[in-house]
Ligand binder design. Structure first.
Ligand code: MLT
Ligand code: MN
Ligand code: ZN
Length: 279
């Protein structure tokens, strides 16, 4: 399986366009530009799937050589988009994919039902909605199988009051040819036994790196809400759990601009935009 990191930052990116905080300032000074969270995956190198579609998707697709269109005028290697949340930073890029001849979207029923973009997009492209049932393996083109697990119930702000439990998912992708397993969980509010089992045996995992420490939102942004209340377990609370997963290469993505690891050296592996991983 090939895994291309398209973007490694949380909503807003790093630096964020209107933010003069220390983290965004440091990113500007260092020339760091992390676009918003998403990856592209493929089993055979020809059929690709996007995991989330950030507002930066156009630039991300242009930067990934495997996603180059052709040979037909509107042929694209992108076979579909799998969404892990209905948040704006994971879904606004769908609008930029409206030129697709067909667009297949995979997400939980709750997420598909909540997206205001769905009725809009269906006027522009042949939109195909596929419910990802939690726990059940779903075959994809190119020899991949995906399984979703519900990991959180945080409702996006625009959908407050909407029904449903399965708002936030992790994805486990398996290459049936090589046996390689990739787990993608960049929004992880808590570490449950179910998630521990879901991660078990993965070769590569991209986990929630929004915040480095529990007190970071308070210290670096003056916020009263904790990382958990925002739906993101801080990295320092994840690290002890990883002792049970020594065989898994873990990278952290979806970095917030308060996260000191977004710029410069880091004591853990932090995903970089454009990075190619294999398993
Ligand atoms: C999140 O990851 O918690 C959301 O994307 C926050 C947001 O950008 O509104
Ligand atoms: Mn986000
Ligand atoms: Zn900032």
């Amino acid at each position: 399986m090939r895994i291309r990191v398209l973007g490694s930052a949380a909503g807003g990116g790093c630096p964020q366009w209107n933010c003069a905080c220390d983290g965004c300032g440091a990113a500007r000074d260092a020339g760091v530009d992390r676009t918003q969270d998403g990856v592209a995956v493929s089993g055979d190198g020809s059929a690709w799937y996007l995991l989330n579609a950030s507002p930066d998707i156009r630039a991300q697709v242009l930067a990934a050589e495997e996603l180059r269109p052709g040979p037909g005028r509107r042929d694209t290697p992108i076979r579909g988009v799998l969404l892990t949340t209905a948040e704006i930073d994971h879904t606004a890029g769908l609008l930029a994919l409206r030129e697709a001849e067909t667009l297949t979207l995979y997400a939980t029923g709750t997420v598909l039902g909540a997206l205001p973009i769905v009725p809009i997009l269906s006027r522009y492209t042949d939109l195909r909605l596929r419910v990802l049932p939690a726990g059940e393996p779903v075959p994809l083109e190119g020899g991949l199988t995906v399984r979703a697990a519900v990991v959180g119930a945080k409702v996006p702000r625009y959908a407050e009051g909407a029904e449903g439990e399965d708002w936030v998912c992790a994805l486990r992708l398996r290459d049936e040819r090589t046996g390689g397993v990739f787990v993608y969980a960049t929004c992880l509010p808590q570490w449950t036994e179910e998630f521990d089992e879901f991660l078990r045996g993965a070769d590569v995992a991209l986990l929630d790196g929004t915040f480095w420490t529990e007190d970071e939102p308070a210290l670096r942004a003056g916020l009263t809400r904790t990382p958990r209340q925002m739906g993101h377990l801080p990295i320092t609370d994840v690290l002890p759990q990883l002792q049970r997963h020594a065989g898994t290469r873990v990278l952290f993505g979806h970095l917030n601009n308060t996260n000191p690891l977004a710029v410069g050296e880091a004591p853990v592996e932090v995903a970089r935009d454009g990075q190619l991983l294999r398993c």
